[in-house]
Design a protein around this ligand. Sequence first.
Ligand SMILES: Cc1cc2nc3c(=O)[nH]c(=O)nc-3n(C[C@H](O)[C@H](O)[C@H](O)COP(=O)(O)OP(=O)(O)OC[C@H]3O[C@@H](n4cnc5c(N)ncnc54)[C@H](O)[C@@H]3O)c2cc1C
Length: 311
Amino acid sequence: MSAMLILESDVLIVGAGAAGHSVAVALRALGFAGSVRIVQDEPHPPYNRTLVDKGILPGLLTVEQAALKDLTPLDIDLVRGRGIVVDETRPATRLQDGRALTSRALLLAMGSSPRPLPGGAGPGVFSLHRADDAMRIRDHLGDDPAGRAVTVLGAGLVGSEVASYFAAAGAGVQLVARSDVPLTRVLGRPIATQLRDLHAAHVDIHFGRAVTALLPSASHTGVRLDDGSELRSDLVIVAQGAVPDTSRTTVTTRRRARISMTRSSCCPTSPTSMPTPTTRTAGCATRRCSKRSTSTRTTTCASATALHTTD
Ligand SMILES: Cc1cc2nc3c(=O)[nH]c(=O)nc-3n(C[C@H](O)[C@H](O)[C@H](O)COP(=O)(O)OP(=O)(O)OC[C@H]3O[C@@H](n4cnc5c(N)ncnc54)[C@H](O)[C@@H]3O)c2cc1C
């Protein structure tokens, strides 16, 4: 039997999304000279997830063109694999292929996963979270969505952006949301109402409605709404928010801790000045992610005003 491969580093980051990637870059910017390793389960270089619906889905960018800053010149080791057991008490991470990663400090930056549709998925039903999701949708619809029928479940930011992209591209769009005026909590009632009216001018809105069943068939994908109506389309995109992505990983914790971006606690300048062992969480792996920050809200408003501006 072969010996288990153990990779050691001063800092190990699980997840190379915006949070994990930016912490790694910040460590170097602050002069940290110890070894830094990131484990990432997506098969691409770290990329900007905000471009999944704005760049990759419309075919404007490849995933390579949406990449975040290259980590190689910073001497940060990127390991492909999924951490299936993360033990912050040691701290250590075991990968699906059996490799073990140990470290003096561990950062959990595992992000979020799309909120699943109650009742499960079905053929022709897609979420839109990863670059690969956008490419699967493009494969399903073809490069030109004009004349195709698309149902979008959820009129939050991602659902709104997706609906407006497909409408501008000439697809017939059904946009479904539970709320009568989606995004009221994020944008405030006056702007959310304007956005609803903007949607109504370009897509078929079904607001204040919930999906009660998926109705897949050989030729199309359908959904039934709680008023009994049925919507038929070439595909359904589920954009009903995200939940912290801890379901695929067993995490043994002493306590949940939020990252604190201070030089002394999070970004020690040398391996020897690090509190040992230490574990932090960052990004959507924290509970805080569900509450939007002011900066996110600014982006949100910018995205909202950019909707349906092509005509
Ligand atoms: C389509 C879309 C558009 C968006 N647009 C905007 C926008 O315009 N403005 C804005 O402010 N925000 C936007 N967001 C939200 C923004 O992308 C997230 O807030 C941000 O990506 C969170 O970063 P993160 O690093 O916490 O998590 P993530 O980006 O989810 O990254 C976590 C990474 O960790 C990996 N991972 C998880 N578990 C493991 C494991 N056990 N082992 C190894 N790897 C693992 C995941 O595969 C993932 O690659 C958008 C999100 C989506 C989905």
